[in-house]
Ligand binder design. Structure first.
Ligand SMILES: Cc1cc2nc3c(=O)[nH]c(=O)nc-3n(C[C@H](O)[C@H](O)[C@H](O)COP(=O)(O)OP(=O)(O)OC[C@H]3O[C@@H](n4cnc5c(N)ncnc54)[C@H](O)[C@@H]3O)c2cc1C
Length: 508
């Protein structure tokens, strides 16, 4: 969130005058401005430059889904702020253009924002800082006593479970391997408590708003030039903190799912196999520290077991990718990844489109890709499987897959998305760099009755359960053979120049 304090205020966060919600993941591309740019079909993102030519214009639905979620976040934040005696100032544009003019209008001495870690967000931080340097705020008293000042940009670390200042190492010497990172933070760091909200956040600023057009209103999809028909199927997420807290309560306390999370978390169908917290975490509507407090409370009041711990274990993955992005900078978006591995990748458009649209001939892949397109969500198991298929079986440039996820995911977060993709593509810091997800094996283990594929591909429902994932000629043709089929290594037709003499290991 972004707070602007009038120059008369003395301390943050006691009297924030504005809260501007940012685009996920909690960056300075203010929610009211950036996300809708970023979601437009032809993104100008510098990260995308390398593959932009190969990635066709995004379809309407995915950007509209995330825009709708963010609109709901805004509406909820506005309502909650009004209950606290404040309001939400809403503008649509670039942060570096808008924030200086707002700061000037309300004579703000400081703009507060969460510190970011990825290149595009860091650029926005720099541009905002530069813009604020151009703003001159006259100080009270006789003009020759106090010099006019520029508003300052103060950046605060905020998105992770463990605070960056509490890590037992500097970011530059962060362990590259997840397990080493996790063990070090678990043994040497502790998670800070959540900050308590003051009883009142008001009063709102008494002057200056008129010259910048008032508080502004929550946009609608139509006002952003987007439209969408609701999908009747799959998860439907409602944006905002109220819904986020409701989900934590429901999953932990009402449905009592936390105690079995570790056993169910690899599921793909239904609302409760995993927490589904990610869209709210990514939009800054939910704090990982709050989740941690609730886990501890649950452990005291109900049960502490492997499952209760495992939610924290997963949140540490999220931290890990965030800190890795701070350590490795732009390289997590580049073809060779953090370790600059040179490999040969294909950008075959027809193959890529069959993956993107769910027409590969493999029900497990197609069902997952259809779910992503319809809902903006996919299970972690599904993400690993479709990622492995794209990079290992199709040999497609992993950045094309990452960009499609970036376009579609409600929980899109640059560090988690590109971190996981580099991991899956074997160019991240995975000690097992040739991790391969065998589709037949994954289907038998995680969708034994074909319920998941029949849900997203209804044409398969009439088949016998054991045939749904293996329909043969009763389904569309397979666009590529699998690298490993029925337990035998196949000739590596797609990637053979990439890893000579190197067999892809199978996923356990
Ligand atoms: C190729 C690929 C791309 C991904 N892109 C994203 C992304 O853009 N944004 C995102 O939030 N997650 C991403 N993930 C991680 C993971 O799939 C989702 O966080 C998870 O599926 C969200 O569902 P959930 O909240 O029910 O997770 P749960 O299983 O309930 O986990 C609880 C929380 O832990 C965190 N978490 C769990 N697994 C991971 C992981 N592997 N990496 C980072 N955090 C994790 C998430 O914040 C999640 O909400 C990606 C994974 C893969 C394999």
């Amino acid at each position: 969130m972004l707070h602007l304090l009038p120059s008369s205020s003395s301390s943050f966060p006691l009297n924030p005058q504005f809260l501007l919600l940012r685009r996920p993941p909690a960056n300075l591309r203010v929610l009211l401005l950036g996300p809708f740019h970023a979601m437009s079909a032809a993104s100008s993102s510098s990260r995308r430059a390398a593959t932009a030519a190969a990635v066709p214009v995004a379809q309407e639905r995915p950007p509209a889904l995330r825009a709708q979620f963010l609109i709901e976040c805004l509406g909820d934040l506005k309502r909650n702020l009004m209950k606290q005696g404040l309001d939400l100032l809403i503008r649509h544009g670039k942060p570096e253009d808008i924030l200086p003019s707002v700061a000037k209008a309300v004579s703000a001495h400081t703009v507060y924002a969460h510190k970011e870690s990825c290149s595009e967000e860091l650029l926005v931080e720099r541009l905002v800082r530069k813009g604020l340097e151009q703003v001159v705020i006259p100080q009270g008293g006789a003009s020759n006593q106090k010099k006019p000042q520029n508003p300052k940009l103060q950046l605060i670390w905020g998105a992770t479970l463990y605070h960056i200042d509490d890590l037992p190492f500097s970011v530059t010497s962060l362990p590259d391997i997840y397990t080493q990172f996790r063990k070090a933070v678990e043994s040497k760091s502790s998670v800070r408590n959540c900050n308590k909200l003051p009883p009142s956040l008001g009063p709102p600023p008494s002057s200056g708003l008129d010259e910048i057009g008032g508080w502004g209103t929550v946009p609608t999809l139509e006002s952003l030039g987007l439209s969408m028909t609701k999908s009747e199927k799959g998860m439907h997420f409602i944006g905002g903190e109220s819904a986020a807290l409701g989900r934590v309560h429901e999953y932990f306390w009402k449905k009592d799912q936390l105690k079995v999370y570790k056993e169910t978390r690899n599921g793909m169908l239904g609302p409760d196999y995993s927490t589904k917290f990610s869209p709210w975490l990514a939009s800054g509507s939910l704090s990982p520290r709050y989740i941690c407090e609730e886990v501890k409370r649950y452990e005291k009041q109900r049960v502490a077991n492997d499952s209760t711990y495992w939610v924290l274990f997963e949140l540490i993955w999220r931290d890990y990718f965030r800190f890795i992005s701070a350590k490795y900078g732009n390289s997590i978006f580049q073809l060779g990844g953090p370790r600059n591995i040179v490999s040969k990748w294909s950008q075959d458009q027809a193959l890529f489109e069959s993956w993107r649209e769910g027409r590969t001939g493999y029900p497990l892949i197609d069902a997952n890709m259809k779910e992503l397109l319809a809902t903006g969500f996919m299970s972690n198991r599904g993400r690993q499987i479709v990622c492995s298929f794209l990079v290992r079986d199709m040999g497609i440039d992993w950045r094309m897959g990452a960009e499609w996820f970036e376009t579609c995911l409600l929980d899109y977060d640059p560090a988690s998305n590109y971190g996981n993709w580099t991991y899956g593509a074997g160019i991240g810091n995975d000690p097992r760099e040739d991790r391969y997800f065998s589709i037949p094996k994954q289907a038998k283990t995680y969708d034994p009755d074909g319920e998941y594929v029949a849900y997203w591909l209804p044409e398969l429902r009439s088949l016998a359960k054991e045939r749904r994932n293996f329909p043969g000629a009763l389904y569309i043709n397979q666009v590529v053979p699998l690298k490993f089929d029925a337990g035998h290594q196949r000739r590596d037709q797609f990637n053979r120049q990439r890893r000579p003499g190197n067999m892809y290991r199978r996923q356990k």
